[in-house]
Design a protein around this ligand. Structure first.
Ligand code: SF4
Length: 321
């Protein structure tokens, strides 16, 4: 069962009185209690897709069509005041840099107490007990002492745990984790990902994991959408993507990651993701694709159902999805 659905989302930026498309016909389903990863290189549209869920978009954004449905509400139709009832409460964001969410001027207690005040009718003493028990759940050591710390006194991993504690206290149903471990050491990365997995399993939280790290998604996600140039080019469950990738870009992403279990050579993906200023004819990947053939230069393929995958590529003659 889906908890969140993005339907036919198209948006772009107005720059110098010209409109530049950024997201093109995005369809995305987040299932209850699952981790759905969105992968792709920088500039592929992963983050902007997820920021559109919270309506945290630049002022020059123009949404030309689409719906984002959560609890039968189209989030795109909500005004700023109404979307705040969802942001941070129902739908929480774990950013790459936790300092974009934590206020450097307030102690950890002050910041978590603010969340408690929004969600619980309890005394300050009870609030403190709740906060301490939540900090224990996210593996913060000596939580009582940490309450008086300011964010700059904590390590990167601890700050991410505080953000996760905020989501727990706010009883978030959905967490959008935007490259949540990129700035962390490998051992801390694993701890944060295990924590998210625990939240999913114990609290039935549904998670959108935005990342370029395929090793991470192979271990933690249930399904994967691969994005390129503002489009989803392949979607399938995680096992299908890794054992039987269909789209040349998905294959290239997998081949560009070192493997320790076999002697596969690392194959870099040559060239760059097109920018929004580039006018592209045909398949946006054709200049980098080793399977490119005549129609790729002129026709952008539609999505097709291929086995258990949804794929946007001319290599497959299946009917449009
Ligand atoms: Fe490659 Fe053509 Fe498929 Fe695009 S449509 S990914 S260029 S084979």
């Amino acid at each position: 069962m889906s908890i969140l659905e993005i339907k036919n989302l198209n948006l772009g930026f107005n720059i110098d009185e010209k409109f530049y498309p950024v997201l093109k016909n995005i369809n995305f389903n987040l299932k209850c209690g699952k981790i759905h990863a969105i992968v792709g290189e920088s500039g592929s549209g992963k983050t902007i897709s997820c920021m559109s869920i919270l309506k945290l978009l630049p002022d020059n954004t123009k949404i030309t069509s689409g719906q984002i449905l959560y609890k039968n509400v189209n989030l795109l139709e909500l005004n700023e005041k109404a979307i705040r009832n969802f942001r941070g409460r129902e739908i929480a964001l774990i950013p790459q840099d936790p300092m974009t969410s934590l206020n450097p001027l307030y102690t950890i207690f002050d910041q978590l107490y603010e969340v408690v005040l929004l969600h619980y009718k309890i005394s300050k003493k009870e609030a403190k007990e709740l906060i301490v028990s939540t900090l224990k759940k996210v593996n913060i050591s000596n939580p009582e002492q940490r309450l008086n710390n300011y964010p700059h006194q904590l390590s990167g991993g601890m700050k991410q745990r505080i953000i996760i504690a905020c989501a727990l206290l706010g009883k978030a149903k959905i967490i959008i984790a935007d490259e949540p471990t990129t700035a962390l050491d490998v051992t801390i990365q694993a701890q944060i990902m295990h924590l998210l997995l625990k939240l999913k399993n114990e609290n039935n939280v549904s998670i959108i994991l935005i990342t370029h790290d395929l090793a991470l998604v192979s271990q933690y996600s249930d399904e994967i959408s691969v994005m390129y140039n503002g489009q989803i080019v392949e979607h399938a469950n995680t096992g299908e993507i890794f054992y039987s990738p269909k789209h040349p870009y998905t294959k290239a992403l997998i081949e560009s990651v070192p493997s320790y279990t076999n002697n596969r050579k690392i194959e870099p993906i040559y060239g760059n993701v097109p920018s929004i200023y580039d006018e592209i004819n045909g398949c946006p990947f054709h200049l980098r694709c080793k399977y490119m053939f005549a129609p790729c230069k002129t026709i952008n393929p539609n999505l097709k159902k291929v086995d258990n995958h949804i794929v946007r590529c001319h290599l497959y003659s299946n009917l449009d999805y």
